[in-house]
Design a protein around this ligand. Structure first.
Ligand code: NAG
Length: 225
């Protein structure tokens, strides 16, 4: 008989039984509270180009601009002038629209996907560095590691045979536009999303039996992307 009750009534009863915190059960999962109107926003000095300015100014980063706007707090964070230097690897529209798969677009649209996209953005930010393409390519064929804002690593492999000193990030992403200067930082536009989950699991893919690996779609050649 209990099973025939609508689940909302059921959870209301359950909440009432557990101490009457019914308001909590009405809230959408992972919805963001509005930012209070009097929140302090640090001013940028005249002539500053913030990361947000750059992302919003380039047509090939319009999907990234939407993603920043949709992840709570990121507009504000991207619009500050940090005291540290940083390198940002900006996924282009090609990266976000054409080089992800069904998993990415399905999960990104979920409430939990918003949280995941925020983490994903941090995985493209390397604090305490201002690395030019020449710095990234300095390994000359060897693999270097960059520690990102997620504390996890992105691999950087210089393609030694390339006259243009190109690099391959996480074995999948190439730099399409390099060395864009912003205040305190350097931005490179890349053609694939860098995904920590993909980095951890893709080498193990042939040996695992599961058909679905969360968050792992940097490589669209994989069957689940
Ligand atoms: C995505 O791929 C389609 C089909 O090849 C192409 O027309 C479109 O320009 C691509 N979009 C981006 C942002 O690269």
């Amino acid at each position: 008989m209990m099973l025939s009750l609508p689940s909302r009534v059921l959870s209301g009863l359950l909440v009432a039984a557990l101490g009457g915190r019914a308001a909590v059960s009405d809230r959408l999962p992972l919805s963001y509270a509005p930012i209070p109107a009097d929140t302090y926003v640090p001013a940028n000095a005249a002539g500053t180009t913030t990361l947000l300015d750059l992302v919003q100014s380039r047509p090939e980063l319009s999907l990234l601009a939407e993603l920043v706007a949709g992840s709570a707090g990121f507009t504000q964070a991207f619009n500050t002038t940090p005291e540290w230097s940083f390198t940002f690897l900006a996924p282009s529209n090609t990266a976000l629209a054409n080089n992800t798969g069904a998993y990415f677009s399905t999960f990104a649209a979920q409430p939990k996907g918003k949280w995941w996209l925020g983490n994903l953005l941090q995985h493209h930010y390397v604090p305490g560095s201002a690395l030019t393409l020449a710095d990234l390519a300095a390994g000359d064929g060897t693999v270097q590691r960059l520690q990102t804002g997620t504390y996890l690593y992105v691999s950087v492999q210089a393609e030694s045979d390339s006259a243009s000193s190109q690099v391959l990030l996480n074995n999948v992403a190439s730099v399409s536009t390099a060395d864009l200067a912003v205040t305190s930082g350097v931005v490179h536009i890349i053609d694939h999303v860098l995904d920590p989950a993909a980095q951890i699991f893709e080498p193990a893919y042939p040996s695992v039996s599961q058909a679905f690996i969360p968050g792992s779609c940097a490589n669209t050649a994989l069957s689940y992307c």
